[in-house]
Design a binder for this molecule. Structure first.
Ligand code: C2E
Ligand code: CA
Ligand code: CA
Length: 728
């Protein structure tokens, strides 16, 4: 059967619910934030890249210009020195040295050379001012390159008027070198060229950077970065050098401002999400918890933890549609016997202990598919499944009763309880849950009434009785006023059956819907509801009136103990007699033993008064109680009526015959009239007659009949002729 949902389950469920409600928001917020940051990052990156591109172009232009500067400077020197250098292509080496040295120094060149129109290598020597290595090794290749370029250009375009400049920059020998050359054409001669190399040292680079507003311009190792120009060597191969600069990164300020905002927003979102998640989880958990607790409480008994009536009936309703003959369901209602005594004697805590103990013992008798529930108080119920026949339920009921029987240990003390069980079966008794529970309840009450500590199966007549009881309870109050009660009369006949000596009035209720209802169905309720006094008075009055038609016979009325105990009972009898004008000596009141046992003194007084009025008193149902005739002698009875149960056992055993015999004898010896009730057979009549019984009453002579029929019986000369003939 369902138990409380484990806490783990609840917290897992809560977390799931919380995450489904919080996470999407948090994720959305976070995604928006990330998108914004990424966009801005990309924009900043693009801005930075664009800046680097611009700087790179600027530097490249500046380098080209620097190379041109070298070439232009060289040209300017060629113009300046033309008179000397151009005049005589073959100079004295001493003189040429000093010229070139001047050009080198003024032009801030590292090397300078003059070449002839054939451009073949150097026409003259080069003078170097520094460097430990040979000029050819340090600058030769570059100077030769420039010379070769000039010669090529000259060959391609022999027009001497054109200015012919060449140049390039390369990285070489750990330096950025600017190479430039110029050809100075001569109309009168072959012309000459000058080539020169100017290296850009750190200072030069810094100056270039300052001019271009580029910071950090310097040489460095090439690396994968945007802020560099990789430099070539003379062979066009990329060597390990690059011109780099400090990137401007115009996007950075934006990023610098945005990133903290983004980071803090991200953090805020995460904290928010976490807090929201925690909060929602907590709220959900408590909701689920209280829901689960409420759900559990709604379905379970708090003391035993068992399902309660509600859950039981839900469960039953769920199972019933599948109940078929051979695989049915039994509903067992279990009411503990003597539990109240345990509670009263040992206290409620002990009572609770016993209840829990009972629950455990009963649970141990069940299969997993069965359901045990507690309905409150000392009421339990079981749904037994897979019931092949009533026997299965009977076996289980017996096992439950046996399990409850052993003592419950309450500290030092031992407590005993029993169980009364009512059983209803599905589909045999129906397939409606509420109806089955009602039927099991009825059967359980039957089990209680039949002496407890037993199981009773529901039978239809129990329900009929119960329904009738309900009708009686509802309608009895109005029965007298509506004149629905009527009296039937049963003759009391002399033992030989020859004549009617008395008549007993027996009440019936002619219910407009349910027909004739026998007294056994409503006398008890009339007593419970305080209606018996009114009813009893009506009976006596009615009987006295009817009996006026039947002279010479006594008329017996049954008196309930409750009615008799009324202080004005004697007075009310007296009133009835006066009002109806009935002869008191013909009235006989049938009292039960309980009347005299309960309050002997008061009963004795009333009885004396009644006798004083002339009314006769009969002890009804003698033999069903406990008192002996000797004890009853104290009371002023005129008559005893042997209960029908005496006669029922008469046929079975010889002992009963002896008992009846001696009781009749004793009664006679005490001076009492002895009447036998429930005489149904002629054998009984013969026997009772033989042992000295005075009067006989029973179906053998007549059933109780309406007054009109009694009139006819009384009018007959010998109403029981056949019977008596036979008896005789
Ligand atoms: P009771 O006073 O012992 O009445 C005898 C019952 O036995 C009557 O049942 C009667 O019909 C029945 N009876 C008579 N002869 C035979 C027989 O040969 N065989 C069998 N099996 N039964 C026989 P009834 O009329 O149903 O009354 C039942 C009980 O109701 C009475 O038992 C009496 O205790 C009570 N009762 C009836 N009328 C009144 C009344 O007016 N006032 C009070 N307080 N109780 C009444
Ligand atoms: Ca009676
Ligand atoms: Ca009786």
């Amino acid at each position: 059967m369902a138990t409380a949902e484990p806490n783990q389950d609840i917290s897992r469920k809560a977390r799931k619910l919380a995450s489904t409600s919080v996470l999407p928001f948090a994720i959305l917020l976070f995604a928006i934030l990330v998108a914004v940051v990424l966009t801005v990052l990309a924009m900043a990156q693009r801005a930075s890249e664009a800046a680097d591109d611009r700087i790179r172009t600027m530097i490249q232009i500046a380098l080209t210009e620097a190379v041109h500067d070298v070439a232009r400077d060289v040209y300017a020197f060629s113009e300046l020195e033309r008179p000397v250098l151009g005049r005589n292509s073959v100079l004295e080496s001493q003189k040429l040295d000093s010229y070139l040295e001047r050009i080198r120094a003024i032009g801030d060149f590292d090397a300078v050379s003059v070449i002839d129109p054939r451009g073949q290598a150097l026409h003259t020597a080069v003078r170097l001012v520094y460097g430990s290595e040979t000029p050819d090794k340090r600058y030769g290749a570059n100077l030769r390159w420039a010379a070769a370029q000039l010669r090529d250009n000259l060959l391609a375009n022999p027009n001497p008027a054109d200015t012919n400049l060449v140049g390039r920059h390369i990285f070489e020998d750990h330096q950025l070198r600017l190479i430039g050359g110029a050809w100075n054409a001569r109309s009168d001669g072959p012309g000459f060229g000058i080539v020169a190399i100017r290296s850009m040292d750190d200072l030069a680079l810094t100056r270039l950077g300052a001019r271009l507003s580029i910071s950090g311009l310097r040489l460095a190792e090439p690396a994968p970065r945007a802020n560099q120009i990789v430099l070539d060597n003379a062979a066009g191969a990329r060597l390990g050098a690059a011109l780099i600069w400090t990137p401007e990164r115009p996007g950075d300020p934006i990023l610098n401002r945005l990133l903290p905002i983004a980071v803090s927003s991200g953090l805020a979102i995460m904290i928010f999400a976490w807090l929201a998640f925690a909060h929602v989880t907590r709220v959900t958990t408590s909701m689920l918890n209280s829901e689960a607790i409420a759900h559990h409480l709604a379905g379970h008994d708090t003391l035993s933890g068992l399902p309660n009536r509600l859950r039981f009936s839900e469960h039953l309703a769920g199972l019933l549609p599948r109940a078929v003959d051979g695989d049915g369901i039994a509903v067992l209602f279990i009411d503990l016997d003597k539990f109240k005594e345990v509670n009263d004697t040992y206290g409620h805590a002990a009572g609770d202990e016993v209840l829990v103990g009972c629950a455990q013992r009963m649970a141990a008798q069940l299969r997993a598919s069965d359901v045990l529930a507690r309905f409150g108080g000392d009421e339990f119920a079981v749904i037994q499944t897979g019931v092949k026949s009533a026997l299965d339920a009977e076996v289980l009921a017996r096992r439950i009763i046996e399990s409850i029987r052993p003592a419950f240990q309450l500290g030092e003390a031992e407590a005993y309880v029993g169980a009364s069980i009512g059983v209803a079966l599905a589909p045999a008794n129906g397939k409606d849950a509420a109806e089955l529970m009602r039927l099991a309840d009825i059967a359980m009450y039957r089990a209680k009434n039949e002496g407890r500590n037993r199981a009773c199966f529901f039978e239809q007549r129990m329900d009929d009785t119960l329904r009738l009881r309900k009708v009686v309870e509802d309608d009895l109050r109005h029965a007298i006023a509506r004149n629905e009660l009527e009296l039937h009369y049963q003759p009391q006949v002399s033992a030989d059956g020859s004549k009617i000596v008395g008549i007993e009035a027996l009440v019936r209720w002619r219910h407009p819907v349910h027909g004739l209802i026998p007294p056994i169905e409503f006398i008890g309720i009339a007593e419970e509801r305080g209606l018996i006094i009114q009813l009893g008075e009506w009976v006596i009055r009615r009987a006295c009136l009817d009996a006026k038609n039947w002279p010479d016979v006594s008329i017996a009325c049954n008196v309930s103990a409750i009615q008799f105990r009324q202080t004005d009972f004697v007075q009310s009898v007296s009133n009835a007699l006066t009002e109806t004008g009935f002869d008191p000596t013909r009235l006989e009141l049938e009292l039960t033993e309980s009347i005299v046992v309960a309050n002997a003194d008061q009963a004795e007084d009333s009885m004396m008064e009644l006798r004083a009025m002339g009314v006769k008193l009969a002890l009804d149902d003698f033999g069903t109680g406990y008192s002996s005739l000797i004890y009853l002698r104290r009371f002023a009875f005129d008559k005893i009526k042997l209960d029908k149960s005496f006669l029922d056992s008469l046929e079975d055993t010889g002992e009963s015959a002896i008992l009846v015999h001696s009781v009749v004898h004793l009664g006679r010896a005490l001076g009492l009239t002895v009447t036998a009730e429930g005489v149904e057979t002629q054998d009984q009549q013969r026997f009772l007659n033989a042992v000295g019984c005075h009067l006989l009453q029973g179906y053998l002579f007549s059933k109780p009949v309406p007054a009109a029929q009694m009139d006819r019986l009384m009018a007959m000369e010998n109403p029981f002729a056949v019977v008596t003939d036979y008896a005789a």
